[in-house]
Design a protein around this ligand. Structure first.
Ligand SMILES: Nc1nc2c(ncn2[C@@H]2O[C@H](COP(=O)(O)OP(=O)(O)OP(=O)(O)O)[C@@H](O)[C@H]2O)c(=O)[nH]1
Ligand SMILES: [Mg+2]
Length: 324
């Protein structure tokens, strides 16, 4: 980690970030979080230097032990001298107050370790949704040389699952006997993860839960079934096995060429989602100002035209982007 004070210049900023300067990284993340033009320029400058880190999405119900697991895994990875970054996504839940956010970022074990970078991001106050800001932050952590980059999301909302699903390796953390873990299995969420962690292995229902889980694997539509690992994050039991499962998955992705396929698919999805946002914003503005669009909508309001026909008429006549 390099970067000395007094080198602050607009040109040198990206360079300092690239050299692993934590201050520059923190500032860069704030810029992308606020969707500032500087943030975009920074990503443009650094995008060529991204793609070498493994990104690990960690999701699961509240309180499953995700943060404790990430902390334990970080300890494990630090022993191998890996530089670890953690992005903790705070869900949009109305219950999320300052205290909860404080709990999420609290990784006191690694607080003073220069080789660990921890950042949390809340959905409140981020324009244009959380996903673009979070994914840009991951790019910056990657550019700064942190590998792996953990992305912890609480798997309750669409946007949280969406963020986790952009990772190279997706880890779902469940807890034996917990109602929301069972709900997640039923909700088909098991189609997503590469690794399922059954944490709190000290729980009396742990064995029973794991066998329920194993029995449900053949029902999954996916060809490659997720690997199941049992852990007790608080004591570190099962952490080496989980680290091995993560390393194995990375190897598997590389050997099969799936890493490239997944990343291409993820970037394609990202670009199209951003384009869709632009189109939606443009269309909303046009609808406010264009009497012809208003007339078409008026036809539906008057119940003379069915909605789909009106939508097609609008799309057919409106340019996606005004010529100005
Ligand atoms: N008994 C037991 N408790 C655990 C284990 N792992 C974590 N915990 C406890 O479970 C509680 C929640 O742990 P966190 O790591 O904060 O869980 P989380 O999934 O990050 O929680 P949110 O981010 O709030 O969704 C804490 O009190 C942990 O100490 C475990 O393996 N066994
Ligand atoms: Mg947490």
């Amino acid at each position: 980690m390099s970067g000395r004070a007094g080198e602050l210049s607009p040109g040198g900023f990206a360079e300092r970030l690239l050299a692993g300067d934590r201050l520059a990284l923190a500032r860069g993340i704030t810029q992308v979080e606020r969707r500032l033009p500087e943030g975009r320029a920074l990503i443009q400058e650094l995008i060529g230097s991204t793609g070498s880190s493994q990104t690990l999405g960690i999701t699961g119900p509240p309180g499953a032990g995700k943060s404790t697991l990430v902390t334990a895994l970080t300890t494990h990875l630090r022993a191998e001298e890996r530089q670890v970054a953690v992005l903790s996504i705070d869900p949009s839940s109305q219950f999320t107050g300052g205290a909860l956010l404080g709990d999420r970022v609290r990784m006191t074990t690694h607080y003073l370790d220069e080789g660990v970078f921890i950042r949390s991001m809340a959905s409140r106050g981020i324009s244009g949704g959380l996903a673009p800001a979070a994914l840009d932050a991951v790019l910056l952590m990657d550019a700064a040389g942190f590998d792996p980059v953990f992305i912890e999301t609480v798997g309750v909302g669409q946007s949280e699952i969406e963020i986790a699903s952009h990772a190279d390796t997706i880890i779902l953390v469940l807890v034996p006997g917990a109602g929301d873990s069972i709900q997640m299995i039923k909700a088909g969420i098991m189609e997503i993860p590469d690794i399922i962690v059954v944490n709190k292995a000290d729980h009396p229902l742990a064995l029973e839960f794991v066998s329920t889980l194993r029995r449900s694997l053949p029902i999954l539509k996916r060809i490659e079934k997720p690997r199941i690992v049992q852990t007790e994050a608080t004591t570190g039991r099962g952490i080496p096995e989980l680290a091995t499962a993560i390393a194995d998955h990375r190897l598997h992705l590389e050997e099969t060429g799936l890493l490239q396929t997944r990343r291409e698919r993820s970037l394609r999805r990202r670009v199209l989602a951003l384009a869709a946002d632009l189109i939606t914003a443009e269309l909303a503005e046009q609808a406010d100002n264009d009497p012809e669009i208003q007339a078409v909508i008026g036809e539906v309001i008057a119940r003379r035209v069915e909605p789909m026909q009106a939508a097609e008429r609008i799309v057919d006549r409106a340019p996606l982007r005004s010529a100005t």
